[in-house]
Structures are given as structure tokens and as C-alpha cells.
Design a binder for this molecule. Sequence first.
Ligand SMILES: [Zn+2]
Length: 212
Amino acid sequence: MPIVSYCKKCKAEVAPASTCELCGGKLQKTAARVSWSCLHRPLTDWLAWNAPLRIAIPTIVLVAVVAFVFEAVQSGPIGLQLLLKTWFFPLIGGLLFFVIGAVFLYYLRRGNELNFFVLDHKGAHLQLYSAKNPDHLHLISERHLAWSEIRRIQALPERNAILFYAPKNWLSMVLYCDAQAFLDAAGYIQARISKAKDVRLSKPAEGLDDIT
Ligand SMILES: [Zn+2]
């Protein structure tokens, strides 16, 4: 069950109750959390590709557009014709191809990842492990988002995923879930953000076309 309580004394997740099942100590209200793990393959997930490409592609395209406009203003149509004959645009095309290829190879090498998610009174926490060797999990990265940082939350029930935006239009964390974890996490978030006026939970499926 993804809903648990965290006992600070035992440094362990225990069954949700008013007292810890291990030490018998009283559990505070803030001890309640949603905790789950899931296996994820970034290579086949557009949401994972979104992270590196949303910076690289607009940057490369912007450089090409700026060079094009600059040449048009400076030298007019003849300058543009000359620019089209140079290595510049093939280089831009090659760079785009290289970036996409590099991300592909990077994710291919990463293989499956094991995501550990925790939602608690402080915020959302993710620990990402390489699952290439199940006997020896290797921590790749971890990320912590405080509730006060999160500006928009989008639930994608079709994909059992929850998206946290911080700032409002910047996808900051994707929570991959199974069906049960999705329900528990959505319930926890719903209760949490009803107290925070500046966080908005998108209606299920709203804005889906923008992301997938
Ligand atoms: Zn305890």
C-alpha cells in the first residue's frame, strides 16, 4: 500500500496508525506520506525526452533564426542566398540530428530505471536508480520539490502519471505510478493543495495534447 507513516525514531516507513508498530511511539499528523516505486524506461517515454530536448532544440532553432534574420537585415536577398550555400544550415541540421541521437544513445544505455517517490508534508521527493543490475542499485539522481515551489499540477490518469510544474510552465517532476499509487497520490495532493491557494490541479486530461 502506498499510504504509510514515517517514524522519525525508527527511520522507517510503518503502517499508517496513531502509533508506530515498531517502537510504539506516537506518530505525528505530518508522519503520513505516500510512498511507492516503479520501473520506468525513459527511452520509450516522450515525457523523459521532453527534459533535454525542450532546451536543446529551441536553442539551436533560435540560433538559426537569429543568423537568418541578421543576414537578411545586413545583406538582403543576396546575402541570404549566399548563406544558404554555406555550411551553416547543414551544420544546424547536423547539430539537431546529433542532439537527438545523443539523447537516444544515452537513454538506450540507461535502460530501465527504478523510481522511488515520496509525497510528504514537505513536498515531493524522487530518487532515481539504475535498474540495470537489480542486485546492486546505483543511485543516478535525486530531486526534491517543496509544496511551496510547485505552481501547477496535472494528472494524466490514462498514463498513470502526475506532472508537477515549477514554475507554472516548466515541467519539473513526473510521478510515474501504477493505478493504486495514482489514486493514493492524487488523494494526498488534493488534500494538500486545498490548503494552498496558489497551486492549481488541472482537471484530469486537461492540457494532455500540450504534453504528449
Ligand atoms: Zn518507530
